[in-house]
Design a protein around this ligand. Structure first.
Ligand code: GDP
Ligand code: MN
Length: 401
């Protein structure tokens, strides 16, 4: 996870990690437009007839794009080109109501279609380890950036920006030359977009601004075809226009995120994040937390597997709940191995920089090994407890403290 430049995650109100609020593509593009980043003209529609009217207004071929808070919409069939208004109505009918990795499509963006010559990638994210914004640019856009980073790391140009110094033309020059852009007109347009994207990133206190793809049209025009804009929840009071963009009609966004990550999760409204393995034990854990005077924030079942990957995914969902103040892991190892769970916790701590106090009770298969791993890692916010009841007491105490 990333935090805002100039403020450590620990300086967020309440001493907690900055929380991410993802905006829809159409909202991200609206912000891009305000900062002068070129985007296609478009309209949002919530019904096929709406979509048709939007297409008539725009004229010519358009693209119908599912508005959901998850990537890879193209691959999932959530993005379709359409030639005529009747065609748009039909495509919108197919896309609206579609389920894209746990997210129901309730809105579509109708956009004037672009001709694409090339697809690039440009982003600014806050790099936690360097405590600086990180610019990334590659001419291999349109695909998942993790793929590019893995398969051809040399094609990805990475450059930090000193937040006190700001973003200067030399940053952009280094990105475009580093990626091998030779056309001067293209270099100039990309450099301008880099500067504006940085302005948007700082101006809106973003955690991530990503354009994938950043396209070049056959006429040589550079434009943002997609927008991923993630802002810091804790800064929203300074940006009422963005606060208004927060989705109120989407079903619980945490539950949608959980579905996407294959995590069994039910949101409750307390402050102790509960994680167990197996439905029975997890329910018992919710009860014990309540019994010792606490309020569970969720029911989250790791299932029988409980491998490190699953633990990371579950923690990702739990810490996105702004009410969570402590986390209680109650694991009884059977098929689930306690050392795997411990590895998952440590991986999650490393990857996300979780600062919530975490109480861990491990029993059963490889419990000792698991406790040893946790102790050796020496994370100050991880507390092991021997029994279920003591674990619950500790977690409740820490949530209050
Ligand atoms: P994502 O799959 O969720 O990242 O959605 P994108 O907005 O990035 O779109 C995915 C892909 O759809 C793009 O990489 C393009 O190849 C294609 N696409 C989107 N808009 C247009 C358009 O206006 N014209 C054309 N020809 N293709 C488009
Ligand atoms: Mn994209």
């Amino acid at each position: 996870m990333v935090a805002h430049p100039g403020r450590g995650p620990e300086s967020a109100p309440g001493g907690r990690l900055a929380r991410a609020l993802d905006l829809y593509e159409f909202q991200g593009k609206e912000l891009f437009r305000r900062y002068g980043i070129p985007v296609s003209e478009g309209r949002v529609a919530t019904s096929p007839t709406n979509a048709r009217a939007a297409a008539e207004e725009l004229g010519g071929p358009v693209v119908v794009k599912a508005q959901v808070l998850t990537g890879g919409r193209g691959k999932a069939g959530g993005i379709k080109l359409a030639e005529t208004p009747a065609d748009v109505e039909a495509r919108a009918g197919e896309i609206l109501g579609m389920d894209i990795r746990g997210h129901t499509v309730r809105k579509v963006l109708i956009e004037r279609a672009s001709d694409i010559e090339r697809e690039y990638y440009l982003s600014i994210a806050f790099d936690r380890s360097a405590k600086q914004p990180l610019l990334m640019f590659t001419t291999q856009g349109g695909v998942d950036i993790e793929e590019v980073a893995a398969s051809s790391p040399d094609a990805l140009v990475r450059l930090h920006v000193d937040p006190l110094e700001g973003c200067h033309p030399w940053h952009a020059r280094r990105l475009v030359y580093g990626a091998g852009i030779e056309d001067p007109a293209e270099q100039k347009q990309i450099a301008a977009i880099v500067a504006k994207l940085y302005e948007a990133f700082v101006g809106r206190e973003a955690m991530l601004c990503e354009i994938n793809p950043l396209i070049v049209t056959p006429e040589g025009e550079v434009r943002a075809l997609d927008a991923k804009f993630t802002v810091d929840d804790n800064a929203l009071f300074r940006h009422p226009d963005i606060a208004e963009m927060r989705d109120v009609d989407a079903a619980d966004p945490l539950e949608a995120l959980a579905r996407e990550k294959d995590v069994t999760y039910v949101k409750l409204d307390g402050d102790v994040g509960v994680l167990g393995n197996g439905a029975g034990l997890t329910m018992a854990t919710v009860d014990v937390v309540t019994f010792v005077g606490g309020r569970p924030a969720d029911f989250c079942d790791l299932g029988g597997g409980g491998d490190a990957q699953g633990v990371v995914a579950a923690l990702e969902v739990i810490v996105r709940d702004p009410q969570v103040r402590s986390i209680y892991f109650n694991i009884f190892g059977g098929i689930t191995r306690c050392d795997e769970v411990a590895r998952g916790i440590l991986q999650a701590l490393e990857r996300m920089g979780i600062e919530h106090p975490i109480v861990v009770r491990l029993d059963g298969t490889n419990a000792e090994e698991g406790r040893r791993l946790l102790e050796e890692a020496g994370a100050a916010n991880v507390h092991t407890q021997a029994t279920m009841l003591d674990g619950a007491r500790r977690a409740v105490e820490l949530a209050a403290g």
